[in-house]
Design a protein around this ligand. Sequence first.
Ligand code: ADP
Ligand code: MG
Length: 724
Amino acid sequence: MSSNLARSQALQTISQRAPMDLGKTEPLSKIWACDVFNLARMEESLSKNAFKAMKKTFQTGALLDPATADVVAAAMKEWAISKGAKFFSHIFYPMTNVTAEKHDGFIITSPEGNAITDFSGSLLIKGEPDGSSFPNGSIRATNSARGYTAWDPTSPAYIMHTANGATLMIPCVFLSWTGESLDKKIPLLRSNSAMDSAAQRVLTLMGETEITTLNSSCGAEQEYFLIDEAYAYARPDIMQSGRTLYGAPPAKGQQFDDHYFGAIPERVQVFMQDFEDKLYRLGIPAKTHHNEVAPGQFEIAPYFEASNIAADHQQLLMVIMKTTAKAHGFLCMLHEKPFAGVNGSGKHVNWSVGNSTQGNLLDPGVTPEDNLHFLVFCAAVIRGVHLYGPLLRAVIATASNDHRLGANEAPPAILSVYLGDQLEKVFNEIKDGKISKTVKGGQMDLGLSQILKFDRDPGDRNRTSPFAFTGNRFEFRAVGSSQSVSGPLVAMNTMLADSLGWIADKLESELNSGKDVATASLAVLKEVMELHGTVIFGGDGYSSEWHTAAVKERGLKNLPTSADALPELISPEVVSLFERTGVLTPAELHSRFEVYAEQYINSIDVEAKLMVNMATTMIYPAAVSYLSELSATSATLQELGIELDNSVAKDIAKEASSLMATSSQLKAAYERHDFDSVQDHMRFLADTVCPLMAELRGYGDTLETLISDELWPLPKYREMLFIK
Ligand code: ADP
Ligand code: MG
C-alpha cells in the first residue's frame, strides 16, 4: 500500500517539466515603461500648463488643483483605454504586507441603453472602498469603518495585464474617515518630508544657499525560493503558512556552497527573463539576479529609486514574481525561513538621502565640503541607530523573520552600525579630538573620497552586521524577505529627521559662538561620537562574545523575538519621536502596534493548528501503517523461525507516541485565550507555543527518517530543494 500518492504524482509531473517557450523577446527600448502613465506620456497628452502643474506635483508633492486633475484623468483614461483597459483600480497598501485593490468599470450607461466611458478628476483622486475588513488596530469601529483612498500623484499609474484584459492601476494612500493613516504609504510620505525639513535646516546652517527638496532613495535586494508548484500542492504547510513546518534535513544541503552564484538552472533563467520583461514594462528597473546560498534560493535587485516609488515598485515586484512563477510551474516563496537547516531569505534595504543640488549626502563625495556634509549626515544616522535601534528591530518583527534573525546566517537581533575600518577610524579620531580644526584656511580635507573607495569593494564588507555603510548608502540587512520596505524606510527617515534636528540645534549654538562651519561641525560630530559612538561595531555580529558585550558593556538591546521587539513600537521614546516629527500620531502608532501584534498571534496560531493537524492526519497514520507492515512481516517471519530486529519498530512507536502527546500539549496551548494583554499573549506564544512547535517538529522529522519512503506523505527536502 502506498500513501504517498500526491508525492509520486508530483514527481511524475516534474519529471516532464521543460523551460517555458517565451517566443521572441522584445528589445528593452520597446518595452521599457510602456505600461506606465509617466511624465513622458503626460507630456505627450497634456496641455503645456497642465503638464507643468503635474510635473511640479510629481517632483515636489505639491497639491494638484481640481481642474488639472480633470484634465489628467481624461488623458489617463484615453491612454488606458487605448491599452485595452475597461476597468480602473485604486491600489493601496494597508498595514498588512500585501496590496489591496478595488476595481471599477469606466462604463456608464445612457438612458438609450448605450454604454459610454467616464472617468473624472474626482474619481481619479478619491475612492471609497469599504474598509471595514482591513486591519486598523481599533482606529475605526466597524460601524463607522469608512476608509478613503486618495491618489498619490507622485507615484505613476500603470496598466496591469491579464490574459483577457487590462486594468488601470492608480497608486493611492488609504486613510480613515477621520483622517488617520491606515496604510504604509502615508507615513512614508510624511517621513520623507520630516527628513527634508530637518536636512534643509542643517544644510542651511552649513552655508548652503540653494537646496532643493530632499528625498530618500531605496534599492531593495529581494531573496526568494522557487520550488516546483507540484510539490507545494502536496504540502498543506506550504500552502497555508508559506513554510515547511516539518521536514528532515537532506543529505546534501548547502554544505558544498555550490549553489551560490552558480549557473542558474535554465527553467529558472527563463522564469527570470519573463519576470524581468514584465517589470520593465512597468518601469521597474530590474538590474541584477543570481543564485543565493541555499539550493533553490535566488535574488533579484532593481536599481534604486525614490523611496516612495521604490516601495510601490517593491510591492508590485512581489506580486509579479509570484504570478509569473506560477505560470512557469513554480511556487515563489517569500517566507523568511521556508526550509529549516538552510539559509533563510532577507530583503536588504539600501537607503540614502539626497537632492539635486547637494547630491547624495551619504556619499563622501570628492570635495572637502562634500566630505563634511557626508560626515554630518553619517553621524546623524549613527545617533539614530543608537537611540532608535529598538524601533528598527520592531519594524522588522514578524513571526517569520524571528526564525532568521540571530540564527547563524542572518544579522543578530541587536542593532549596531558597521562603518568599515577607515571610516570608523576617522570618526574615532574626531571623537579623540585628533581632527578638530580645519586646515589651510577653512579647508578640511580628510581624503575621505580616496579611502572610502576601498570600502566599496563588497568583498571587504562585514556580512554579519544588521546595518552597514556600503560606500554611498546604508544597507539595512535585517529586513525580512516578505516585508514591505515601507516600515524600515519610515523608521530610518524618521530617526534621521530627529537626529538632523538635534544636530541643527547644536550647530546653531556652535556657530553662534563664532566658530566657522567646519570647526563647528567637527565639535558636533565629536559630541555625537561621545554620546552614541558605542553603537559602532565592526566585529563578528554572529559571535556569542558580541551578544554578551553588546548588552552588558554597551547597553544595546537584544530583542530576539517579536514578543520582545513589537512593544518597542509604543515605548515612550518612540511615541514621542513619531509625534514630534509629525510622522505618526500616538493613536496611529498604537493602531500599528495592535495590527502587527495581531498578525504575529495569528501567524503562530495558524502554524500551531496546522502542525497538530498534520501530525494527526498525515504523520501518525504513516507511522501506524508502517508499524502494521513491520509487525505483520515480523510475525510471518517468526513463523518461519526467522527473527527480525525490531528496534526500528520500537523507535517508531516511541516517536509516534511522543508526537501525539506533544500534539495534545500544543493544542491545549493554542486554545488558551485568557490573557491580560496582547503583550502577555505574544510572550506566551514565544516562550511556550514556539518551543512546543519545535519539539513536535523534532518527532515528525525523526519519523521521516525511520518510515519507509513509500509511505511518507509529504514531499521531502531533497525533492523540493533541487530544481529541474
Ligand atoms: P550587494 O549584493 O553587493 O549588496 P547589489 O548590487 O545586489 O549589491 O544591490 C545593491 C542595491 O543597492 C541595488 O538595488 C542598488 O541600486 C542599490 N543602491 C546603490 N546605490 C544606492 C544609493 N545611493 N541609495 C540607495 N540604494 C542604492
Ligand atoms: Mg547587499
